[in-house]
Design a protein around this ligand. Structure first.
Ligand code: HEM
Length: 395
C-alpha cells in the first residue's frame, strides 16, 4: 500500500489522522517525515532510543533532546523533583492557588452564571500561577508569562524558526532573571525547586576535572530544564484544562466522579479525556540507522514523528476511541508517552489538573455554553477557545 501523504501542520489533528490510521500505521509528510499513527508502532519507536534518537533540535534541550547515558543521568537527577513527597508538600499550595482563581472568576456572579474560556481564563492562568508557586518564582511574573505563552503559541504555529528562536530567547531572559538573584544570595537563597536545581549535581564526568564522576549542572542546562518545566508545559496544562472542561460540561455523570470520587478516580478521568482529544500532539525522533517499521524501510537520518493524538485513538487497542472508559483504556493511554523519554512531569500535571477541577466543581456547576468553541490546529490540538458556563453551586 502506498503511504498516504499529508501535511499535519494547520489541520485539526484528530480528523487529519483518523482516516489515515485506518489505512496504515505510518503516514508520510511532504517533507519525508514518517508519522507514526498507531499504538504498537509508537511503543516500538518510543522504547527504542538507540535506533530512534531524540537529538532532533539544533537547540540544547535537556533532557528532551539528549540520548543514552547523558539522558539517563539527567533524568536520574531531575525525576525526584516530581516525587511523591514533593507532590504531597505542594498539594495544599496548589489548592489555595486554584481556590483563589475560582473565587476571582465567580466573584459577583449570580445564579445565571458566567461564561469563561476554560483555556485562557482558567487553564492558562492556573498553569502559570501553579508553576510559579511550585518553582518559587515571583507572582509578578504572571503577566509576562501569560504574554509569553501567547507569543510562543503563535510562533510555533507560524513554523518560522527565527520567530521561535526569538521567543525562546525571551523565555531564557525570564529564567535568567529568577536565577541571578539566587546565585547572588548563595546560601541565603530561598529553598525551592529553582534553588535546588542550581545546587544539583549529575552523575556525569566533568571534562574540567580529570577522573571526576559527578558535576554540577551548567547554566545553559539549568535554563533548558526550566524552559521545559515551564515554557512547553504551561501550554499543555492550559489546553488539557480546555479539553477537560468542555468534556465535563457535557457529561454531568463524570463531574460527580471527579468531584466526589477518590483522587485516583479523578486522576483516571483527567487522563482519559485528553486520550480522546490529546492536545499534546507530537514528538520527534530521527532514525540513527536503517530500520524497518510496519514493513516500511526507514533510512538513517530520516525523521519520525510520534503522533500522540492519533496513537491514543488507535482502534486496535481502544475499540471505541471516543467512548469515556478510564479504567479499560488506562493501559492503552499514551498521553504522557512511554519509554525513556516518558513525561517526568506527569505527577505534577495530574495533581494540578485534579486540584483545579475539584476546587472548581466544589463551588460551581459547569455547563455547555451557547457560544461555539474553536478547535486548535496542529502543532497543538484540543480547543483554542473553550467557552463553558460556570454557575455558582448553592451550598
Ligand atoms: C498535561 C500536561 C502534559 C502532557 C500531556 C505531557 C506530555 C508529555 C509527553 C507525551 C512526553 C514524551 C516526549 C517524548 O517521548 O519525546 C513528555 C515529556 C516531557 N515532559 Fe511532559 N507533559 C505534560 C506536562 C508536563 C509537566 C507539568 C512537566 C514539568 C513540569 C513536563 C515535563 C516534561 C519533560 C521534561 C519531558 C521530556 C522528558 C525526556 O525527554 O526525558 N511535562 N511530556
Amino acid at each position: 500500500m502506498s503511504v498516504p501523504i499529508f501535511d499535519p501542520t494547520g489541520l485539526e489533528p484528530r480528523s487529519a489522522t483518523d482516516e489515515l490510521r485506518a489505512e496504515s500505521p505510518l503516514a508520510r509528510t511532504p517533507d519525508g517525515t514518517w508519522v507514526v499513527l498507531r499504538h504498537a508502532e509508537a511503543v516500538r519507536v518510543a522504547e527504542d532510543a538507540e535506533n530512534f534518537s531524540s537529538a532532533v533540535s539544533r537547540f540544547l534541550q535537556v533532557p528532551n533532546g539528549r540520548d543514552g547515558a547523558e539522558h539517563a543521568a539527567m533524568r536520574t537527577a531531575t525525576d525526584p523533583f516530581f516525587g511523591p513527597t514533593e507532590m504531597a508538600r505542594l498539594a495544599p499550595r496548589l489548592r489555595r492557588v486554584a481556590a483563589v482563581l475560582v473565587d476571582e472568576l465567580l466573584d459577583g456572579v449570580g445564579p445565571e452564571g458566567t461564561e469563561v474560556d476554560a483555556v485562557a481564563a482558567l487553564g492558562a492562568v492556573f498553569a502559570v500561577r501553579a508553576q510559579t508557586s511550585w518553582l518559587g518564582w515571583p507572582a509578578a511574573l504572571e503577566t509576562e508569562l501569560l504574554d509569553w505563552m501567547v507569543a510562543n503559541h503563535e510562533a510555533s504555529r507560524s513554523g518560522d524558526l527565527a520567530r521561535t528562536a526569538a521567543v525562546a530567547e525571551r523565555f531564557d531572559a525570564i529564567i535568567r532573571s529568577v536565577l541571578a538573584p539566587r546565585r547572588s544570595a548563595g546560601a541565603e537563597a530561598p529553598e525551592d525547586p529553582t534553588t535546588a536545581l542550581l545546587r544539583l549535581e549529575v552523575e556525569l564526568p566533568d571534562p574540567a576535572v580529570p577522573g571526576s564522576a559527578r558535576r554540577p549542572l551548567r547554566e545553559e542546562e539549568i535554563v533548558s530544564i526550566l524552559r521545559n518545566w515551564t515554557g512547553g508545559d504551561l501550554g499543555s496544562i492550559a489546553l488539557c484544562a480546555g479539553v477537560l472542561l468542555m468534556g465535563l460540561s457535557r457529561a454531568p455523570e463524570l463531574v460527580e466522579r471527579v468531584r466526589d470520587g477518590s483522587e485516583a478516580e479523578a486522576g483516571a478521568i483527567v487522563d482519559e479525556l485528553p486520550r480522546i482529544d490529546d492536545p499534546f500532539v507530537a514528538n520527534r525522533r530521527v532514525a540513527t540507522c536503517p530500520v524497518t517499521l510496519a514493513g516500511r524501510r526507514i533510512a538513517a537520518g530520516e525523521r519520525v514523528m510520534l503522533h500522540w493524538t492519533s496513537i491514543n485513538r488507535d482502534e486496535l487497542v481502544v475499540p471505541a476511541p471516543d467512548a469515556v472508559d478510564p479504567e479499560a483504556n488506562a493501559t492503552a493511554n499514551l498521553v504522557y508517552g512511554t519509554g525513556p523519554h516518558v513525561c517526568p512531569g506527569r505527577p505534577l500535571a495530574t495533581l494540578e489538573l485534579v486540584t483545579l477541577l475539584r476546587e472548581l466543581l466544589a463551588v460551581a456547576e459547569v455547563r455547555p455554553s451557547d457560544t461555539p468553541g474553536e478547535r486548535e490546529v496542529a502543532a497543538v490540538g484540543g480547543w483554542a477557545h473553550a467557552p463553558v458556563v460556570l454557575v455558582p453551586r448553592r451550598r
